[in-house]
Design a protein around this ligand. Structure first.
Ligand SMILES: [Zn+2]
Length: 320
């Protein structure tokens, strides 16, 4: 029996998630530096997008915006309730350039941060006000810890954040998701996290499909037992869908289909209800038919969207 997955409306069995896109953004109330393009801040529009996803067959999304930079736990809960889509929310931290200089994330100790992240997973998320230190907690809990590795690498200020995030992951058994970008070194972070005691099976490395051209690194991360989340789908500014399918097939041929999650990593400009393209339903309506055409079979596709998320977002037992 698998452990439960924590959604904003409570714990559910992983098998109840259904079709899950594992790294999305459905609501972002503010950003720093303030840029309208980064905001996804109209609850009615976000609800429309989720309802379209639900009608197309979507069952769940992981919202990858962590606390203190525009996540809104109360709105995520109401979106889940109204749309019928399960939402797994995130605690943790984003790239430090996303926080103003006076933000508490820069000054709290490692222990204090670990305490905040653990509390969000076990008790409830803060209804936080950005740079203002969070005060009020709600009953909705986060289901994963989002982190970000930028090109700055593991400098002391990032080591403090990753150590706190890993401590919360070890304590709660929840997955730790890592934003990876060009010129960052996921293998070095993987070494660091393993050295401080986080099992590789609990780590999800995101965006390698557009950030890390050396495919050996993708396989090496999988060989260690961690998972990859690919989301350069319907994003021709990076590469076309056929190239994405070639990457997916490469991982399948290497025997790592059970380590792969797929998603859109939506922004305002890519959500239909905000006037963007191609919309949250693009994978279901257009990308899956393309995968089938190029020889990826239904069982493998069910793995990426149903079986793998059910296993990977479930709590890992604490002594494994
Ligand atoms: Zn993202």
């Amino acid at each position: 029996m698998l452990n439960p997955v924590t959604t904003v409306l409570g714990d559910i069995p992983g098998s109840a998630l259904g079709f899950c896109q594992s790294h999305e953004h459905v609501y972002i109330s503010f950003s720093h530096p303030v840029s309208v393009e980064q905001l996804i801040d109209d609850p009615d529009k976000s609800l429309m997008e989720l309802l379209a996803y639900f009608r197309a067959g979507g069952g769940a999304v992981v919202d990858a915006q962590p606390l203190g930079c525009g996540r809104n736990a109360a709105i995520l809960s109401s979106l889940a309730r109204q749309s019928g889509v399960h939402i797994i929310a995130s605690t943790g931290f984003h790239k430090l350039s996303y926080y103003p200089e006076n933000h508490w994330i820069h000054s709290l100790s490692e222990d204090h941060l670990a305490h905040i992240f653990t509390g969000e997973l076990e008790q409830g998320m803060y209804l936080d006000g950005g740079a203002v230190f969070p005060q009020k907690q709600c009953s909705a809990r986060a289901g994963q810890i989002k982190t970000a590795l930028d090109r700055e690498g593991l400098t002391p200020r990032y080591r403090r954040l990753f150590t706190a995030a890993a401590a919360a992951a070890v304590k709660t058994g929840k997955p730790l998701m890592v934003h990876v970008e060009q010129s960052s070194d996921p293998a070095a972070l993987s070494d660091f996290l393993q050295d401080i005691g986080l099992p590789p099976e609990q780590i999800i490395f995101c965006h390698l499909d557009r950030a890390v051209p050396d495919r050996r690194v993708h396989r090496e991360i999988c060989r260690r037992g961690s998972c990859l989340e690919y989301d350069t789908i319907g994003r021709p500014k990076y590469h076309d869908d056929l190239e994405e399918i070639t990457l997916i097939r490469g991982l399948l041929e290497a025997g790592y289909g059970t380590r792969l999650l797929l998603s859109m990593d939506t922004t305002r400009g890519r959500l239909r209800s905000y006037g963007g393209v191609p919309g949250l339903t693009y994978i279901i309506e257009q990308f899956i038919p393309q995968m089938l055409d190029w020889g990826i079979d239904r069982e493998q596709i069910e793995g990426f969207f149903v079986k793998n998320p059910a296993r990977i977002f479930a709590s890992h037992s604490r002594n494994s």
